[in-house]
Design a protein around this ligand. Sequence first.
Ligand code: ADP
Ligand code: MG
Length: 714
Amino acid sequence: MRPAKLAPLFATVRALKGVGPKVEGLLNKLVAPRHEGAHARVVDLVWHLPVGVIDRAIAPRIAEAKIGELATLEVTVTEHRPGGGSKWRSRGPYRVLVEDESGGALQLVYFNADPTYIKRLLPLGSRRLISGKLESYDGWLQMPHPDHVMAIDSEDGAALPLHEPVYPLTAGLTNTTLRKAIANAIEQVPDLPEWIDTGFLAQTAWPRFGEAVARLHAPETEADLLPSALPRARLAYDELLANQLALAVIRARLKRRAGRRLAAQGKLRKAILAALPFSLTGAQKRALAEIDADLASPHRMLRLLQGDVGSGKTVVALLAMAAAVEAGLQGALMAPTEILARQHLQTISGFASSGFDAAAGLRIALLTGRERGRERAEIMEALKAGRIDILIGTHALFQEQIAFHDLGLVVIDEQHRFGVHQRLALQAKGAGTGAELLVMTATPIPRTLLLTSYGDMDVSRLDEKPPGRKPIATRTLPLERLAEVVSGIARAIAGGAQVYWVCPLVAESEVLDIAAAEARYAELRARFGESVGLVHGRLAGKDKDRVMAAFASGALSILVSTTVIEVGVDVPKASIMIIEHAERFGLAQLHQLRGRVGRGAQESSCILLYRQPLSETARERLNVMRRTEDGFVIAEEDLRLRGGGELLGTRQSGLPMFRVATLPEHQALLEAARDQARLTLGRDPELKGQGSEALRLLLYLFERDDAIKLMRAG
Ligand code: ADP
Ligand code: MG
């Protein structure tokens, strides 16, 4: 349960003064969390960072003020020049002449203003603080419609915002409205106990949390907007600390149970290796040696196997599980989707049963949400009795009362699908079984980000592709040239080629994505007939399989899909990848998608169709795709290009989304946060102590409370 203290922050923005249904709608668009149906909450406004600042610092003299810029001046009103008539809406503008102590003079210009109002605002001889943009007109310095006019020494003189934060906006929402909403949101920030070590706080000269939030939204100079500004640094640290604590909690739980020494003779593995139609790459051998060392040690394995699509992770997983099986234990392989789980089953049974007598070899079963009733009961019974060596499946593997006889190794193939939150839960489930843990990811995660996603896991990299892979010719084309692409495809499939056609990620809504895919499917079907298939996330499992199988068998030439094929599908004969609206995908995702082709012996190509005009970043992303196929290079570029604004890319990457922290700028803070997290949990692993109350609040504040649930689960 979230502490009551934080409740005001997690109320919807409607709770704020001045936010009615209309503004709420706009704020939902602008700051709501990115999952479907989410509402903007007060805390989302707190983390909506200014990107600019309007500086109304008072210029000492009119003579020094710059034309075209904002000026804030102390002046005396010397003359009124109503515009030609005494009536409101007369021909010329109403002008008010003012001067300052240096003798500099200036006209304030009002069009269509009520003269009575102006006379009251700027009485002759009065002293006023004025602020607005300076222009030059007819040799006169003038300020049309000043933003602010205030009596000097009056009460509201203090109310002139000398500096105004500028926020990213959405159509229909003004900066002023947003600024007020955010100011109200900040007032909801409760007084919180300090979670940063006093010594560290003193050393960094950081403000306290509440003050940091206030200052975050009150920048005075451009420097205040930098990641290094004190309030930003403090809040980034807080956020990173929450992230590192959550990861450290997982790690602590994983490590709590000692691992077992899995001593295998390697006979089973040798049999599998002998039957493989290829020999392992150097990288695969290295990764296996690292895994073996972990398995043989008394500590529990906690290893991340990183390797590009097609780098051969599945074989490594199989050989690792074979070691567990030979030691008399079971292995579990969990995939993010049903399609992938089935594919793993196919690949692995292909490898594992071809070389030796299946009865004496590996007994492999599949368990997804789809196996029901009798079938499911039988699998579960066999599993419990130890008659299944390797169970492959989706997250159903860790649901319900699925009991293993003796699970030795859990492999989680996340193929870049799970968010950090899900990952925490899944890894904990794997850990709850007491097994060794191998996580595989096809996301080439930049080193800077590894720590934020995986904490302190050990890492093996498959940085070498199996031999014989041909480069994928990658082209970028505007959508206007779709017809050419279709003709090109017609020629290619006449020659026997197979094509993936990935449809745009249009909206945050899966339903809309599917509609787009269906429309494209209908068009291609009209042209190519029965040889076109469609697959998307809402299809029933059996239908999905049928389409995938038809494509794999060559019965279908074109497979139209939403991004569901992103994950691991292996059809070596497919050689053409078309990605529509490529500008909407993040680099990591484009890379994943492209990796679906180029797996067979034939020449492969990838066409990235984009809609004009391209943003600068989108253009660069597409260029990166043309330039390189190296996942680790692409990942570094991704990080460089992503910046703060490219939310879509971030979300798609499956990497954690930070609100304040940016990497690599806050790398040093990340490391400091990791150290504090370790130290703290070393002292108080359940965060139950007096001193840890603040840290628990911190976890809730940054919505890393999965970690707290885990600690509860014991
Ligand atoms: P990943 O899961 O990393 O995307 P896979 O394990 O699915 O990659 O392997 C991709 C393809 O490469 C598979 O068809 C697999 O049989 C093949 N493969 C794996 N290792 C090698 C190797 N050392 N030499 C040749 N082919 C390999
Ligand atoms: Mg794979």
